[in-house]
Design a protein around this ligand. Structure first.
Ligand code: TMP
Length: 220
């Protein structure tokens, strides 16, 4: 059984990842590729509990090191329970955020530095790297405004306030943004950037083109 393909989606909150993952998963399924969709933090029952702690706006006091450790605890569980078994079974895994998020948010945003994150990744994740990372970078201002709107809507509907990150200052998101660009420059083979304020369908078309090429290469 040939190993599956591990594809991650990255970007600021409100960059449209979730919509694109849904569309790509449907496209892959229509072509007969068994596909598993997951997200971080979350994606396992343990991970969902970790996610609640991490995103709850009432946990403003969470130390940066605790935050980073919980992100990796969640990831270790997801690798063991979801990602590795799916790849071993030859499936395509679409993961909404992975270690690049830790490097961008904790490494860049919280200023813990890339080295700490990459060292933990080697140790906790056995250095499992995505085959492809789609980095969605619409305009900074538009994506931030969208994330904040989305969060206040969730609250207004009586849902959970998952807004601990959205409550951060613009300077925090600037650092996240810069770190994402740095990662893309460092690993151009793995990380493909989709930049600018494009419509949902334009982004989708680009993604389908990139993924089609990778599937052909992987099965060649
Ligand atoms: P999302 O599921 O809406 O993308 O929200 C997840 C939030 O968690 C988002 O603000 C980014 C943040 N995050 C990190 O800070 N580090 C990480 O390693 C991951 C996976 C997410």
């Amino acid at each position: 059984m040939p190993r599956g393909l591990f594809i991650t989606f990255e970007g600021l909150d409100g960059s449209g990842k979730t919509t694109q993952i849904r569309k790509l998963a449907a496209w892959l399924e229509r072509r007969g590729h068994a596909t598993v969709v997951t997200r971080q933090p979350g994606g396992t029952s343990t991970g969902d509990r970790i996610r609640e702690i991490l995103l709850d706006a009432r946990n403003a006091h969470l130390a940066s090191m605790t935050e980073m450790a919980l992100m990796f605890a969640d990831r270790a569980q997801a690798i063991a329970e979801v990602i590795e078994p799916a790849l071993a079974a030859g499936k395509i895994v679409l993961c909404d955020r992975y270690t690049d998020s830790s490097e961008a948010y904790q490494g860049g945003g919280r200023q813990l530095g890339s080295e700490t994150i990459l060292a933990l990744h080697r140790l906790v994740c056995g250095n499992l790297q995505p085959d492809l990372t789609l980095l969605l970078l619409p305009g900074f201002d538009a994506s931030l405004a969208r994330a904040r709107r989305r969060n206040s809507r969730t609250e207004a509907r009586g849902g959970k306030n998952e807004g601990r990150f959205e409550a951060e200052q613009d300077a925090f998101f600037r650092r996240v943004w810069e770190k994402y660009r740095e990662i893309a420059e460092r690993e151009p083979q793995r990380v493909v950037r989709i930049e600018g304020d494009l419509g949902i369908d334009e982004v989708y078309e680009q993604i389908v083109e990139i993924v089609s090429e990778r599937i052909v290469t992987a099965s060649a």
